[in-house]
Design a protein around this ligand. Structure first.
Ligand code: NDP
Length: 313
């Protein structure tokens, strides 16, 4: 039996519809949420990411602006800009598009962002809030994964979840969120022994490795829910032939577009063995931007309610 496809595009549209209503309600109070995106250098991928984030803001009625700094920008240049954005009333969210060039101390820059405006959820204050289960801003991709599970009515409570990958932006925060939703969570990484065996124990398997199609049939418990976070771009015929059993549709797509995207999960295996799964593309990816928008609206509300509360004290 073929597995159920968890359609990220559909879930993103549902979230956007809800956000439109929230933004409308804020507008009636004279508030327009605002996002500032900061980008450094010429990296074409990060240019595309920022452009799609700005476009998403515009489509929802969120004020947005983008700051493009030259490739040789310094840590001080970024700190100056961030301080300015921190102080601006109409900016609720500050997004620093990663990666930053080598000469920039990325940790210092991320730490300089006002935690109340940290819509990526990377600031140590928000990480602390996440770990201790306090209200705060949660990293977008992990938050999106929980939305997919919740809105697809896939139970988390009491389930065994295995997260493949321990990065600060995906693996660790998603593991924490699953734990808060009462899963029994195992986090795996490059030093984990018997990776496939551990993965096979999962009712919910999250793959965030950055390794094309590494999660094959022997990693998947029959009927498990498999969330594929990986985004890997393939450009070589040989690679496609090595990774998929029926390469023809992939090769046709590559011929048309020059490259194809594949996740960390082998697409044919997951279809055959899982109970439900997120495809690549069209699974987790669409949720990441939707959750950035949700975080910006959340930040706008949080900042105002803090101010209202303190002004009444
Ligand atoms: P990182 O490279 O930061 O982390 C990868 C993790 O996988 C590490 O913890 C690493 O272990 C582990 N790992 C790598 N290879 C192996 C292996 N052979 N066996 C076991 N563990 C392994 O990646 P990210 O978390 O940033 O991203 C993961 C993937 O998700 C990427 O494909 C990325 O493009 C994608 N992504 C997608 C997003 C979306 O919106 N859909 C958003 C963000 C990322 P160790 O720590 O020991 O090195």
């Amino acid at each position: 039996m073929s597995a159920r496809v968890l359609d990220g595009n559909k879930i993103r549209e549902d979230i956007k519809d809800e956000l439109v209503q929230e933004i409308e309600a804020l507008r009636s109070l004279g508030i327009q949420p605002g996002l500032a995106a900061v980008r450094v250098g010429v990296n074409p991928a990060s240019k595309i990411y920022v452009r799609s984030k700005i476009k998403a803001c515009e489509s929802l009625g969120i004020f947005s602006e983008s700051h493009d700094l030259a490739e040789d920008a310094t840590t001080e240049d970024l700190l100056y800009l961030v301080a300015n954005l921190n102080g601006r009333e109409e900016i609720d969210g500050i997004l620093i598009q990663l990666p930053l060039p080598e000469q920039v101390d990325a940790k210092r820059v991320l730490q300089a962002v006002d935690p109340n405006k940290d819509v990526d959820g990377f600031h140590p204050v928000n990480i602390g809030n996440l770990v201790s289960g306090r209200e705060g801003l949660v990293p977008c991709t992990p938050a999106g994964i929980i939305e997919i599970l919740r809105r697809s009515e896939i139970p988390i409570l009491g389930k065994r979840a295995v997260v493949l990958g321990r990065s600060d932006i995906v693996g660790k925060p998603v593991a924490m969120l699953l734990l808060h939703h009462h899963a029994t969570v195992t986090i795996c990484h490059s030093k984990t022994r018997n990776l496939a065996e551990v993965a096979r124990s999962a009712d919910i398997l999250v793959a965030a490795l950055g390794r094309p199609a590494m999660v094959t049939s022997d990693f998947i418990q029959p009927g498990a829910t498999v969330i594929d976070v990986g985004i890997n771009r393939l450009t070589k015929v040989d690679e496609i032939k090595r990774l998929v059993r029926n390469p023809d549709p992939w090769l046709a797509k590559m011929e048309a577009k020059g490259s194809v995207l594949i996740g960390d999960v082998q697409p044919e295996d997951v279809q055959e063995k899982a109970g439900a799964y997120t495809p690549v593309p069209g699974g987790v990816g669409p949720l990441t931007i939707a959750m950035l928008m949700a975080n910006t609206v959340h930040a706008a509300r949080m900042r105002r309610s803090v101010r209202f509360a303190s002004s009444h004290q």
